[in-house]
Design a protein around this ligand. Sequence first.
Ligand SMILES: [Zn+2]
Length: 481
Amino acid sequence: MNELETVVGLEVHVELLTQTKLFCGCSAAFGAEPNTQVCAVCLGLPGETLPRLNQQALEFAIKAALALNCSIAGEVSFDRKNYFYADLPKGYQISQFFQPIGTRGYVEIQSAGEIKPIGIHQLHLEEDTGKLLHVGDILSSPFSRVDFNRAGVPLIEIVSEPDLRSAEEARLFLQKLRSILRYLDVSDCKMEEGSMRCDANVSVRPRGSSALGKKTELKNMNSFRSVYKGIEYEVQRQSRLLQEGGEVLPETRHWDEGAELTRAMRSKFLSANYRCFPDPNLPPLLTSRERLNALQEAIPELPDARLERFVREYSLPRYDAEILTATRELADFYENTLAVFPVPKAVSNWTMGELLGLLNEAGQEIGTCKITPTDLGELLKMVQEEMISRNMGKAVLEEMFASGEKPGVIVEKKGLVQISDEGALAEIIARVIDQNPKSVEDYRGGKKKAVGFLVGQVMKETRGKANPQLVNEMLKKQLEV
Ligand SMILES: [Zn+2]
């Protein structure tokens, strides 16, 4: 059999960061006591329960669609998707079936050194469902509880074209999507809290073929790692099946994180018929040119553009620029530090090496870091002016990270100021030369390395405070007399 090629399309659900739900005034905050953020509208109770569209959710969805290079529908309309499930109190979900807000967009990823556009089939706005909480083991316990706090929280669903050719490309696409949506501030995209969820349509086909193979739908992947591993597993499973002369069944499969394999959940005979129809309570809304223009203007510089600018404007290596622009917070931190200490590569080295190291170790993100860009800039100035050594600088940074104190305060408190005064060093250098005749002899006899030992002795005498470069120069001058 020919070599096989992987084909993946993703369906990504993202909860929007609005204060309230999509069609009522209930709080959309995550983590509250179950069923404390509900009302007649989101519970679908009879009576005066008309939905009212949350304008902020609509604007967030349009911004996301614009940032993903989609065409925007001239009219926003909502439809009812009818089905029964215990987490859906109304018996239907309000979604956009006939006319999604955004269509025919794309996102660029960098795969194997090449920029590759991944098509966005559509982006639409819909409400989330409630959440079933299984009591005990899902297979043996007869009980489930339901929490309706999530019912009605605004979601966007982003459906990619089947343009992804590997598990790695799927992960890169998802990461790029998260980065863009976070730059826009429309979602926090936390896969572990479920504010970003991803299903994958996976199939394989003979390389060179343009027809799509039979696909399975993969669910329950709760991290970037599990998206990668789930797809990887499914590709292997399908390839093995085909190579053995078997057939891939169109079914929904569940990624089992613990066992690291996929299991069949249910077979898909036909796409379900949800009898969608326009929601009579939500009349279509025109999206005016003015409103779209205002939203387009409110879109900040996005990660790709910022990366290119960092390379161009600050002459940074692409690697540095990629890391620094991964989140808007980090990129802002970097540029705010540059405003105080305008040496791009030095700020990049300290930010990527020292600061990100400390953050990773503490499991923290830049947003909660106690060090301000101004303070980092001040610290780097001290290092550049040789007021303190590089090593002292690192120690001061650790202290700043722990306490949030200003670098000047820490340096003074600890008496860390570097000795760069020739007068103060001359006496110590003379003493060290006197006390180490062997090394002096070695140096004069041609073993130039011996000077290192003597520098070390001066550093020891000054408890690390001497400016090593200056000591080096002064020593050599003395020894060559
Ligand atoms: Zn409500």
